[in-house]
Design a protein around this ligand. Sequence first.
Ligand SMILES: [Zn+2]
Length: 170
Amino acid sequence: MADENKAEIVGTPALDGTYIAEMDMWPFECQEFNRIYPFYDNLRAGKFTTTKCQKCGHIAYPPGVICPRCWSDELEWVELPQRAKVVTFTETQAGAPIGFPSPLIMAWLTFGEGAPLKHLLARIINCKEGELKEGDEVKFVVFDVPSHPIEVKKETKIRERVYYAFEPVK
Ligand SMILES: [Zn+2]
């Protein structure tokens, strides 16, 4: 990881290094702004995780700070499967939102019977136009996101960010 105060690229790359908060579609990942920050720490460690309720056993995705079923706040982090199959998908070949290269592929994934998470809508990367098919196997992948400046005790710090997607299994 780079030096905390070194700002090489800040913001959406298409904006030439100018940070415009309104156009930033990535989550604030640091502890100062986000109570589910362990999700992002886990991403950095290559783990796909979510929260499980210790009271009723419900596994929710996306992760949260309160169980949506029984309102308990006694949650623990559990790992999710990293391989899935494509049920169906959309592929935007032109006019993808700023910051997203074409094709922009969003897929409805299934993790199969018995998995803690049945389905997920996820982005597919590292895939050429027209290459993805229904039924294809995909795997979890973590990628870098432009860093984010935050104010901590009147000091501007640069927070590195990552996010996840899935990619075809070759
Ligand atoms: Zn619960």
